[in-house]
Design a protein around this ligand. Structure first.
Ligand code: ATP
Ligand code: MG
Length: 490
């Protein structure tokens, strides 16, 4: 069943079509013009038709979506103006997530999950250093050493650095200077507190795609105010989430409604001095994730911060007011005005600067995927509360969540750090650094079992299991996370 979601009214009513919501969207406008509330209205609508939503809460003002709103004079006026006769306040089911584990379920990834490409971005590495990091991942993989948390990566870097000469023969140039640079960058990342993000239990992507017992889509809110103080980490994290969705979800083609809608706030950060290869991958993920049933809505102050090639894929648009104080502003306004399907009755360029708060130029895709004629329209008021909930209420909601307890406790399983430490204690010099383990006879099992020294069969089984797990992760690493869609960059 398809749904027409009423989002705004102008010359006519503007419906976001559920079956066109995987064709992505854009919410843009200067600060304070109504972007967050527009996002809120869209998210409420998706939730109500059973579509789970993911959003980052960069200003800390989205938690109110969990509570019914209240009637204020402004809201009442809007309800009346829009002639919404059956308007009822209501809240949505939410899950809070927090990389720092303070205001939501801890959201974690393993180092392997993130892969060398995105990790290089996190560490701000140059091309050569990034190449070395890829080799470090590969060496870990070849040796069945799991890279789960940052101490695994640190131990692995140390190990490769100590044996750089030997590894260079087998893997190609590994300069200790690059290793040193990566280690320093890693230290900075840890000092910023990003170490909390890496480890287990790592996020199971399915946990972002849940409905409640009334069939409403759960709205996942990533608490991001603190995270946003590290813009690159923030952007890389969200990109990683998108790539995980892309990698893990099956191809479904166009559907009646999306499986998940992903709002990417402060989207320009994704593109700020991103290397070309990353830009290409972002563009591809955005293009291809559509057939996995995921709709991506970018939220940003000025749409021209988003590369044309990505912008061109954002079919559903809500453009709030832009300022036109400086010549540069004016140029932006002009460019943005030209991206809409023209309406002869509307001077788009002029109107953009005149829009009131909660008013926008709206153009959604129609049944045939054609952008609607642009219209000046008033966005509906949200049914949920505008602004945050109290910290107490937030904690209560977290504890009530079905996911409470799944991620709260860190698991520190045997991985590169433990194995290398044990190894360093046992042997002095590695004879063959690239083969830390004897090759197990036949890796039949995927089961992860701790090695028991007393039982040699068990031991080799466990090792082979560790190897194959390493391989499995390694496969992903080789693909460079987003690499599979690029095919053969390596
Ligand atoms: N559709 C709407 N219905 C009712 N009130 C609205 C609507 N849109 C905006 N408002 C009012 O305007 C205020 C500012 O809107 P909002 O927070 O969405 O702006 P913003 O563009 O996200 O700003 P910023 O760039 O600072 O994040 C809201 O707190 C709300 O009071
Ligand atoms: Mg906002």
């Amino acid at each position: 069943m398809t749904y027409n979601l009423l989002i705004a009214k102008g010359e006519k009513e503007h419906y976001l079509l559920s079956k066109m919501s995987n064709r992505h969207g854009l919410i843009a406008g200067a600060t304070g013009t109504g972007k967050t509330v527009s996002l809120q209205v869209m998210a409420e609508n998706f939730s109500s038709i059973g579509v789970p939503v993911f959003m980052a809460d960069v200003k800390g003002d989205l938690s109110g979506i969990s509570q019914p709103g209240t009637s204020t004079p402004k809201i009442s006026e809007r309800i009346e103006k829009l002639g919404l006769t059956d308007f009822k306040f209501s809240g949505c089911p939410v899950s809070f997530w927090d990389v720092f584990g303070e205001q939501g379920h801890p959201l974690r990834a393993t180092v392997s999950d993130m892969g060398p490409l995105l990790f290089s971005r996190l560490l701000n590495l140059n091309e050569i250093q990034s190449g070395v990091l890829s080799l470090v991942f590969k060496i870990a993989d070849d040796n069945g050493l799991l890279l789960l948390d940052l101490k695994d990566l640190r131990a692995m870097l140390q190990f490769v650095g100590d044996n750089a000469e030997k590894f260079t023969t087998e893997y190609g140039k590994i300069s200790t200077a690059s290793i040193g640079a990566i280690q320093r960058a890693l230290l900075t990342l840890e000092e910023q507190g990003a170490d909390k993000f890496f480890g287990e239990p790592a996020l199971e992507i399915g946990h972002l795609m849940q409905t409640d017992n009334q069939g409403r889509g759960i709205i996942n809110i990533l608490v991001a105010d603190k995270l946003l103080t590290m813009p690159k980490v923030y952007a890389t994290l969200l990109l990683w989430l998108l790539s995980e969705l892309f990698e893990n979800l099956p191809e479904v083609g166009d559907q009646d409604k999306p499986k998940l809608v992903f709002f990417f706030d402060e989207a320009h950060l994704l593109f700020t001095d991103a290397p070309k290869i990353l830009l290409e991958k972002i563009e591809q993920v955005v293009r291809l994730i559509r057939s996995k049933g995921v709709g991506v809505f970018f939220v940003t102050q000025t749409p021209i911060d988003i590369p044309d090639i990505v912008l061109g894929q954002l079919g559903n648009r809500v453009q709030h007011a832009l300022r036109a104080f400086t010549p540069r502003d004016q140029k932006v306004v002009k460019t943005v005005a030209q991206t809409f399907r023209t309406n002869p009755k509307l001077d788009t360029e002029k109107v953009i600067t005149e829009l009131k708060v909660g008013e926008a130029l709206v153009s959604f895709l129609d049944e045939n995927g054609q952008p609607g004629i642009v219209d000046r329209a008033l966005i509906l008021p949200p049914k949920s509360q505008i602004g945050p909930v109290t910290p107490d209420l937030r904690m209560k909601l977290i504890r009530q969540s079905k996911l409470y307890g799944v991620y709260e406790k860190v698991i520190d399983r045997e991985s590169a750090y433990e194995l290398l430490k044990a190894r360093a204690m046992k042997t002095s010099e590695p004879k063959e650094p690239s083969i830390l383990y004897q090759k197990a006879p036949s890796p039949k099992t995927q089961e992860r079992r701790p090695a028991k020294k007393s039982d040699s069969v068990l031991e080799s089984l466990a090792k082979s299991a560790a190897r194959s797990v390493g391989r499995e992760l390694g496969r992903q690493i080789l693909r460079g996370v987003l690499g599979s869609i690029l095919g053969g960059r390596r």
